[in-house]
Design a protein around this ligand. Sequence first.
Ligand code: LRH
Ligand code: MN
Ligand code: MN
Length: 385
Amino acid sequence: MTDLPAGLDDLAIETPSWAYANSGTRFKVFAQKGVPRDPFEKIADAAQVHAFTGAAPTVALHIPWDKVSDYSLLAAYAVDRGVRLGAINANVFQDDDYLLGSVTHPDPRIRRKATDHLLECVDIMDATGSRDLKLWFSDGINYPGQDDIRTRQDRLGDALTEVYARLGDDQRILLEYKLFEPAFYVTDVPDWGTSLLHCLALGPKATVCVDTGHHAPGTNIEFIVASLLRAGRLGAFDFNSRFYADDDLMVGAADPFQLFRIMYEVVRGGGLDPSAGVAFMLDQCHNVEPKIQGQIRSVMNVQEATAKALLVDAAALRAAQDGGDVLAANAVLMDAYDTDVRPLLATWREQRGLDADPIAAYKASGYFDEIVAGRVGGTQAGWGA
Ligand code: LRH
Ligand code: MN
Ligand code: MN
C-alpha cells in the first residue's frame, strides 16, 4: 500500500457554526430534529465532528447569529469540548438599513453603523482569541447608474482602512468576494482582483478568502489559488460545492476533481504549511442531509483531496514538464488523483486512536439520539424564511 503522505497532519479544517443550524432556501427552511438552540449547542455539535475526524479543531462564529453576552465563556466552553473558536464572520447584510449597501451605502450614517459592527467584531475577536475577521459584503447595485461605482470603492476602502487600523498584531482581515447575489448588476467585491487590490492597499494583515461557490461557471479556481499564494495573500478558503450558483453543498460533492486541483496548488505553493497562514474553512448548509454527518463527510472529502494532492510525484512531474512531455505530466497528476486514498486515511485515523470510519462511529455513538431527545425547537442558521 502507498505510504501516508506526511503533510496530512498539517490540515486543520474549520467548521462553521451555521452549518449545524436549520437552513434552506428562500422558498423553505426545513426544520431538522435535534438542531442546536444556541451557540453553545452549535459548538457541542462541532466538537463531535472533531472528535470523530481528528481534523476539525476550530469552529467559526457568525455575528449576530452567535451573539452571546460573554464570549470568553463561549471560548472556554469550546475548549472544554475539545475545540477552539475560529474566525469571526461579520454580518452587514441582514438589516433593513442595508437596502442600498452597508459600508458603501450613499448615507454616511448607514456606513457608520456598518463599520461599527465590523469594529465590534474585532472586540469579539479580542474576547475569543480569534485571529481572523471574515468580511463578506452583499453590497452592490442592480441597475446601471443606480450609484457611482468608483465612489462605492472609495467608501469600501475607507471602512476597511478603519477596521484594519483597529486590528491587533496577530489579527487579520479575510476579504471574501462573490460574483453576484444579492446584487445583480455590480457587486462591490465581485472577484479576487478587487479583493486583492483592497488587501494590497491595506497592508500585510489583509488577505483574500476564496469561497469556492462564489465564481462564475467554468472559472479556474486553482489558478486563483496559485496566484494568491504566489502573492502571499491567500488567507482562507470557504469550501463548498456548487452546481449552479452559491449552492453551499458539501465540498467535493459536485466536483471532486476540482477540489483535488485546488489542493494540489495549495500543496505546490506551500499553503499547507501552517506558517503560510491559510485557513481551511467550510461554509456550507445542510438543507436535506443530517448536519453533523454532512460536516464529517465534508471534512473527509477535503482530507481525501489533500491526500491525493500530497501523493503527486513532484520529481516525476517536474521532469515531464521540463521535458515538454505533455501526456506524461498529465499522467503524473492523474495517477495521484486516481489513487484510492480511503485505506490510507483509515490507517491515519487508527494511528490516532480514531475509528477508521468516522460516519459509522458517529452514528453508533448515540449522540444524535441524545440531541433529538434533549433539544426541542432548534434555531435557524440566520437567513431564509
Ligand atoms: C456569502 C457567504 C459569506 C457569509 C456566509 C454565510 O454568500 O459565503 O461567507 O458570511 O455566506
Ligand atoms: Mn462564504
Ligand atoms: Mn456564499
